[in-house]
Design a protein around this ligand. Sequence first.
Ligand code: ADP
Ligand code: ASP
Ligand code: MG
Length: 470
Amino acid sequence: MIVMKFGGTSVQDAAALRNASQIVMKNLTRRPLVVLSACAGVTTELLSMAEEAASGSATGSRLRISELRRRHGMIALELFGVSGSHDCIERFREDEEALKRIIDGIAVLGEIPPRILDQVASYGELWSTFLFAKLLGEHGVPAKWLDIRQVMTTDDNFSQASPLLDTVKEKAQEVVKPSAEGGLTVITQGYIGATRDGRTTTLGRGGSDYSAAILGAALGAEEIQIWTDVDGILTADPSIIEAARPIERMSFLEASELAYFGARVLHPSTILPAIKSNIPVRVLNSKKPASVGTLIQNNGTNGQNGVVKSITYKEGITVVTVQSTRMLLAHGFLARVFAIFERYKKSIDVVATSEVGISITVDRNDHIEAIASELQEFAEVRVEQGKAVVCVVGEGMKRTKGIAGRVFCTLGDADVNVELISHGGSDINLTFVIDESQIELAVEKLHSEFFQHSGSQHARRPSAEKHPSP
Ligand code: ADP
Ligand code: ASP
Ligand code: MG
C-alpha cells in the first residue's frame, strides 16, 4: 500500500478536490491510504477566530464560523448538487452549532485552554476528509471515512502533541489494515490525534505531513507521497527565488535538514518515521501530477546536481550569547548552560563556541527572559532578536573543498554580514546566522552562485570547489 497526503491547496475547493480524487483513482491498484489537510486557510481561520473570541466577544467569531460552514457547504453543493449534498450540509450545520458553543465558552472564559484550541482546530481536517470520502464514493470507489483519533494516539502536549508510536502502530494495524486489505480506500485526517482518554490533540502547524509519515511507517507502506502545490522540493523557497528548480532526488538526511531549517514544503518531523522504516518519500505537485517531483530515499544522490542541493532559511531566530571569563578551562560550563535550556524544553538550533563564550540560536522566544536571567547568575548574557538562520544543504559538503569559501565570498560581495557559523557538525550542512532583513539578498546571491551560473555549480570560481575522490 501507499500513503497519499494532500496539503491544503490541493483540497482547497471543489476543483482541487476533484483533481485530487482523480489522482487517487489513478493509484487504486497501489491501495492508497489518503491523508488530507484542511482546505487551504481553514486551520488558520479556526485558530484566529478562537483567539478573537478569547478577547471577550463571540460575535465576530460566530460570524466567521458561519462563513466557514458556508464555504464547505458551497463545495458540497458544487460537487454533489442540491439533492446529493444533504448529509454534508447537515453535518456542517451540526459542527457549526458545536463550534459556536465552544466559542461562546471561550468568550466567557476570556482565554483558550490549549485542549479547547485543538478541538477547534480539528474541524478543518474533519470537513475536508468528509467531502473527499463522499466524492470518491460518488465515483464508485469503495471508500471509508476514518476518524484518525481512533488511531493517532498522542501525549497531552496540546498543539504540539507527540504520537505514541507503538500504540499508533498497533491501532493502525488493527483499524486501517483490514479495510485497506479488504479493498477499501481509507480517507483520513492529517494533523489531528487524541490522547488515550479521547481528548483531541494536534501535531503542530503543517503536521499532516508528519501524520502521513507516521501512518506510512505504522503500516509498512511502500511509499509516502506528499502532494503539494510545487514541483517537489526546490533548490530554494520559490516564494523568494523565482529561478528555484526542483531537485529530482535527495537523501533522507538532506530532506530532514531542509525541513528542519525552514523549507515549509515538509514538516520537520516527517522524515524520521520514513528513515526508521526505510520508506521512500515522494513530494509531488497535485497541479502537475505527471511531473516527477522529488524522490527522497536512503541513497538519494544521483550525481546530477553538484554537492549543494538546496538553500533554506528560518526567520524569527533569537541568538543568545553567553560569555564568561570563568569559562576559560572550566569544565561543566557548557553542561550548565545547556541544562538551563533543557529545563525550559527549548530546542537549540545552532551553536558556536569559543574559549570565553557560547552563542546559541533558538527559534521561539517563549521563556527566553527566564533563561537569560538564570544564565546571568554566572555569565554575561546578550539576547538578540530579528535574526535568521540560513542553511546550505548537500551531502558531502564537509568532504568537498571550496564550498565554504564560495558561500562566504558570495555573501561578502553582497555586503551581507555573517554573525555566527556552524559547519562540520554533519556532512550535509553549512549553517550561519545573518540579520533577518538580509535573508532575500543572501539566499538570492547564493542561489545564483550555486545554481544559476551557466548550468553548473562550479562556474563562478572554477578552481575553488574540488570534489572528493570517489
Ligand atoms: P501544503 O499545504 O501542500 O502542505 P505548504 O504550503 O505547507 O503546502 O508547503 C508548500 C510550500 O512550501 C510551497 O508552496 C513553497 O512556497 C514552500 N517552500 C519553501 N521552501 C521550499 C522548497 N525548498 N521547496 C519547495 N517548496 C518550498
Ligand atoms: N491544516 C493544518 C495546518 O494548516 C495541518 C497541515 O495542513 O499540514 O497547519
Ligand atoms: Mg504543509
